[in-house]
Ligand binder design. Structure first.
Ligand code: NAD
Ligand code: DAU
Length: 339
């Protein structure tokens, strides 16, 4: 079995590669990644010498390179994690989101049609459903919830989902789609809420909370997400969408305070800044379908997952300090100074 994993030098893709190489030692895993600002080859250092693993630097929008890779590797499965993934960046610069998230998805699927594939899996997001109101805790996203996006990022992911399902209906491509809630864990790029707050707290820097900090996200430990995708690609029904979530709704401000407590840092570091444009209020996934059909349940409680995550950032300072000291510094200045 050969699996091409795109975006495997990023947060979730790398965790998925570690999971797959450990669980299926006889599978060949080929990572295709452009190494954008969010991709980090050092993340994959521990598997680079594994003979079952190959890293290929390349762009999912580069049709010739993608076709060449298919000819060389003859993959059985493609799992598409590659994307521009940060909402704030999409608000500043939507173009690259449309290019990678939509055109890149189409290019990967065209290769699958041309060379044949057992399964094309699209890693999508709960953000395609828009948001839920605070005063209706009974409402959750299920797979039938209408697509109703808020940001250029979520719109690009929703467009990709529509294309994936259309390629199934029109061409009979054997696809599956999973829509996951917010992940956290090791190798999470420090522009996202949890790693940014951990890194800033450790450096005694202000903790920039958008608006009033009352927005709610449904947090899932990354390993649990990887196990869910593993189940979907092996046992999920072709043409189906599976929601993946942890039943773990938390307000941003409560997470930031938890991080302060865990690191023994004062709440006075918390700084309320101008809200994100079009900021989604609340996400909450109903994971009944994947539970009933595939037996998946999240295994990691948030209290345990956040402790493991904080320990990982304490033990792997070099990984995130290198990122923070590089190009990312310019982004941080542009995004947060005078906000
Ligand atoms: P990430 O930003 O950490 O990593 C993205 C990876 O994709 C990077 O390694 C980057 O170099 C690579 N990449 C970007 N453009 C590329 C291109 N044109 N060609 C090849 N590689 C390219 O993202 P992540 O948080 O790991 O998210 C992975 C996927 O999961 C995305 O599709 C995202 O939409 C989805 N998702 C993320 C979350 C989350 O909480 N992080 C939740 C649900 C869904
Ligand atoms: O729901 C899944 C999505 O989760 C994925 O599709 C995206 O790729 C991923 O980036 C994530 O999107 P969010 O916008 O929810 O994640 P982010 O970490 O950027 O923000 C989480 C919440 O924290 C959100 O309400 C905004 C807030 N926030 C974020 C940052 C970076 C702050 O208050 N301050 C910050 O500095």
């Amino acid at each position: 079995m050969t699996i091409i994993v795109t975006g495997g030098a990023g947060f979730i893709g790398s965790n998925f590669i570690f999971h797959m190489l450990e669980k299926y030692p006889d599978y060949r895993i080929v990572c295709l990644d452009k190494l954008t600002y969010a991709g980090n080859l050092s993340t994959l250092a521990s598997v680079m010498d594994n003979p079952q693993f190959r890293f290929v630097k390349g762009d999912i929008c580069d049709r010739e390179a993608v076709y060449n890779l298919f000819e060389e590797e003859e993959p059985d499965i493609v799992v598409n994690y590659a994307a521009e993934s940060h909402v704030d960046r999409s608000i500043e610069n939507p173009g690259v989101f449309l290019e990678t998230n939509i055109m890149g998805t189409a290019t990967m699927m065209d290769a699958c049609r041309k060379y044949g594939i057992e399964r094309y899996h699209q890693v999508s997001t709960d953000e395609v459903y828009g948001d839920l109101p605070f005063d209706r805790p009974d409402l959750l996203f299920d797979e039938e919830t209408p697509i109703h996006t808020s940001s250029p990022y979520s719109s690009s992911k929703a467009s990709a989902d529509l294309l994936v399902l259309a390629y199934h209906r029109t061409y009979g491509l054997p696809v599956t789609v999973s829509r996951c809630s917010n992940n956290y864990g090791p190798y999470h790029f420090p522009e996202k809420l949890i790693p940014l707050m951990i890194a800033n707290a450790l450096n005694d820097k202000p903790l920039p909370v958008y608006g009033e900090g009352i927005n709610v996200r449904d947090w899932l430990y990354v390993e649990d997400h990887c196990k869910a995708v593993d189940l979907v690609i092996h046992h999920g029904r072709v043409g189906e969408v599976y929601n993946i979530g942890g039943h773990n709704e938390m307000r941003n401000i409560d997470i930031v305070k938890m991080i302060c407590d865990a690191l023994d840092k004062p709440y006075s570091l918390i700084t309320y800044v101008t809200d994100r444009k079009g900021h989604d209020m609340r996400y909450a996934i109903d994971p009944s379908k994947i539970h009933t059909e595939l037996g998946w349940l999240p295994e990691t409680k948030f209290e345990d997952g956040i402790k493991k995550t904080i320990s990982w950032y304490l033990d792997n300072r070099e990984w995130w300090e290198t990122i923070i000291s590089g190009e990312y510094r310019n982004y941080y200045k542009a995004m947060y100074v005078n906000r």
